[in-house]
Design a binder for this molecule. Structure first.
Ligand code: ATP
Ligand code: LTN
Length: 333
């Protein structure tokens, strides 16, 4: 809460091409809060360097992620859109919160366990303390709600624990945030292995539909999607492949599972996969054309980065200064 206004905050890493999982699980829901909340949506480049990045790629993807925020309909007049490394308070509060986070807590984070297994040659301290920086992102803005996919809930829970711990020692410092999951689409699964989350860093390109894939590619990827034995189009935990496709179809059409099951009664997987590909391509076409427009105007994007960072800094400074004062850091004005 800042004053009377509730706050929504979220972030996306510029660490790869964004997928329909990122779109349906997170970005699409950012907009829901634009009207009534004060909203901050950040491109979290400092998080991205926990894994080695090629500098030119990181820079390009930072522009692309911001362009995608705009293309997904986030109006910069109504939302503060900015880049994390341009607001130094994130890293500063991150350090402070490190001193209020336990080693044991961080050791339990599943994303750390997964990523350290995948990047065994680079298990750096940043990868380990990453959720602390994420907590700083959230707490700097006195955030009430954090729209994320299900994989980030554990990090938001840790953020709440850190905030409660801090508040117990130094009362009334932070608002306690809540993770908000999309009603539908909180966990979109891989098309190649429907037991696994669709992830932008998956090496198998056919497992992932990117927001910017062209129509033919989208349709081809859905055609190849792994489905289950049998031929019925039915939502069933025993049929994770088909269930995932039903979820995606439902997200893009707004139809309920029952309606979809009825629509495809008596039809086979082939027909259904083609239909999922078509609705996905149709829904993304608008986003894609707006994205190209935004991306082509670099000066405009840079102006937005500057304006967004200035807006965010105003709020970030207030919280950081409050925290520093409570801790006993000398402040000279
Ligand atoms: P990486 O593969 O690099 O870990 P990622 O695809 O998981 O990346 P992030 O940048 O970590 O993407 O996530 C951005 C947002 O998208 C987060 O809120 C996350 O919960 C959400 N998200 C990511 N993948 C999915 C998915 N498959 N389904 C629903 N939401 C998702
Ligand atoms: N950890 C998140 C990205 C992220 C984030 C945040 C999400 C960084 N800071 C603050 C919500 C709020 C991820 O890997 N998807």
């Amino acid at each position: 809460m800042f004053g009377e206004q509730k706050v929504s905050f979220s972030g996306v890493q510029p660490s790869g091409n964004l997928t329909i999982g990122n779109y349906l699980g997170a970005i699409r829901n950012f907009k829901e809060y634009s009207e009534q909340y004060k909203t901050f949506y950040c491109v979290v480049d400092e998080h991205a360097i926990t894994v080695r990045q090629v500098p030119a790629d990181l820079r390009r993807r930072t522009y692309e992620t911001l362009a995608l925020y705009l293309a997904c309909g986030l109006d910069p007049q109504k939302n503060t859109l900015y880049v994390q490394s341009m607001v130094h308070e994130h890293a500063e509060l991150g350090w402070i919160l490190n001193c209020f986070t336990m080693f044991g807590e961080l050791s339990r984070m599943t994303q750390f366990k997964d990523k350290s297994a995948r990047h065994a040659d680079n298990i750096n301290a940043g990868l380990f303390t990453y959720p602390v920086l994420m907590a700083a992102d959230i707490l700097l803005y006195q955030t009430d709600v954090v729209p994320v996919g299900i994989d980030q809930v554990q990090h938001v829970e840790l953020c709440r624990d850190i905030a409660n711990r801090f508040n117990q020692i130094y009362p009334d410092t932070f608002t306690i945030p809540t993770a908000m999951l999309a009603k539908n689409g909180k966990k979109i699964m891989s098309l190649a292995d429907p037991e696994k989350k669709m992830s932008k860093s998956d090496e198998n390109q056919n497992a992932v539909v990117y927001i910017l894939d062209d129509r033919d590619t989208i349709i081809r990827k859905f055609k190849r999607a792994v489905t289950d034995s049998g031929s019925e189009i039915r939502f069933d935990p025993q049929k994770p492949g088909v269930s995932n496709l039903i979820t995606i179809y439902s997200c893009f059409t707004g139809k309920s599972i029952e309606e979809i099951e009825r629509e495809f009664e008596g039809k086979g997987y082939g027909d259904f996969k083609l239909a999922v590909g078509e609705v996905t391509a149709d829904a993304l076409a608008d986003v894609q054309s707006r994205y190209r427009e935004f991306l082509s105007d670099k000066a405009q994007l840079e102006a937005q980065m500057k304006r967004g960072a200035e807006e965010a800094s105003y709020y970030a400074r207030r919280t950081l200064s409050k925290v520093q004062k409570k801790l006993g850091f000398v402040q000279i004005h």
